[in-house]
Design a protein around this ligand. Structure first.
Ligand code: ZN
Length: 375
């Protein structure tokens, strides 16, 4: 019997994986079109699963859809649609963009609105452990220790939470850093029946509940945009650990660096963004894919058209190298192994590309396949 054991290095973590890797990726809130910041996260996670596949490890990727959320409700109302119908249309557009970029579909794509029951069970379990409390139809999770574990002082934590819509002056909470696992729906908002009245899930609780119900009590990799580290991932992890008793919830994190435009984070909320569909009118999808991954995965970077021109040139050189003979069988084997080693050592795509360009032949063809650039 052959035993597949592989070690992938991600940041400071050496992650030995035997046969299967459970990866949770924080997915989109389907309320608008896809920009390059989203694309970078999902292309990188796709590359992670492909590199794992190249060393014999199969991924179980769960990428959720946050279709119960304030910004989605507001966008649906502006468009005069029901929130679920509106989300489905946006989701379809997102899937088209991902398909154009050769991002493979995840094995699991749970939607928040189909997992409300799981959030209710999570809230009940947190209440029983004493890590949550009930106030006027809302179940709050105690958050002071979450900020501490993230290495943030209370002011920093509060500032970051406020950026994601937390109300720090809510008198119903014992502590400003507590967050809603379950919250009472405001008039006109979608709501679901619960033991505490009509309400809806909180954002961090949705991901905690979906990851627990789809992938089990812990995951190998918790992934998403690096800007989700706090509060979102920190609270997701804390809630999951509080009910499961299994620590750490995530063996390692894969936080993809943010994409900036004109020095500021790309975001719909500020209108500071470049859309995938617009880029693909002028550039090959593989060039955009390569542009997003030919750099360190955890570092933020500034987008410019020059980056895409450079990626187009890099892609052409790689395909030309793939057409060369590539030396003796032993040399080709050594080159392919060096390329694979570079990918496993922290997903160093840029180093792998340099090696493949120089060696040419099978090493370059293998890298094109592993990075999904020939699809
Ligand atoms: Zn999430």
């Amino acid at each position: 019997m052959s035993e597949k054991t592989a070690v992938l290095r991600l940041g400071d973590s050496h992650l030995p994986v035997v046969d299967r890797a459970r990866i949770y990726c924080c997915g989109i809130t389907p309320y608008d079109v896809t920009h390059l910041g989203h694309a970078a996260t999902f292309v990188w996670v796709d590359v992670l699963t492909r590199v794992l596949g190249s060393i014999g490890v199969s991924s179980q990727l769960c990428r959720n859809v946050t279709d119960v959320d304030d910004v989605l409700f507001a966008a649906a109302e502006r468009s005069g649609s029901a929130f679920d119908a509106f989300a489905s249309v946006q989701q379809f557009r997102f899937d088209q963009d991902m398909s154009a970029l050769a991002v493979r579909e995840p094995q699991f794509a749970p939607r928040a609105r189909r997992n409300v029951g799981q959030v209710i069970r999570l809230a009940s379990a947190l209440l029983r452990t004493g890590t949550a409390y009930l106030r006027d139809g809302t179940v709050y999770f105690r958050g002071a220790a979450v900020a501490e574990r993230a290495g943030l002082d209370r002011d920093e934590a509060g500032k970051l939470a406020a950026e994601y819509g937390a109300r720090l002056d809510n008198p119903a909470q014992d502590d400003p850093l507590d967050v809603a696992v379950w919250q009472r729906s405001r008039p006109g908002e979608p709501g679901w029946p619960s033991p505490w009245g009509t309400g809806r899930p909180g954002w961090h609780a949705e991901c905690a509940a979906m990851s627990l119900s789809v992938l089990g009590l812990a995951v190998d990799v918790l992934s998403g945009g690096d800007d989700l580290r706090f509060p979102h991932h920190a609270y997701q992890v804390a809630m999951a650990e509080a009910v499961s008793g299994v620590r750490p919830f995530a063996r390692t994190r894969f936080g993809v660096g943010v994409v900036r435009l004109n020095g500021a984070k790309m975001a719909k909320s500020t209108g500071n963004l470049v859309l995938v569909s617009d880029v693909l009118e002028n550039y090959a999808p593989a060039a955009l894919r390569l542009c997003l991954i030919d750099r360190p995965w955890s570092a933020g970077w500034d987008y410019s058209a020059g980056e895409l021109e450079a990626a187009t040139g890099r892609l052409e050189r790689l395909f030309r190298a793939a057409g060369r003979r590539g030396g003796s069988a032993a040399a080709a084997q050594a080159a392919s192994e060096a390329v694979s080693d570079a990918l496993c050592a922290g997903l160093n795509v840029s180093a792998a590309l340099d090696l493949a360009e120089e060696a040419g032949g099978a090493a370059a063809r293998g890298l094109i396949a592993t990075l999904g650039l020939g699809e």
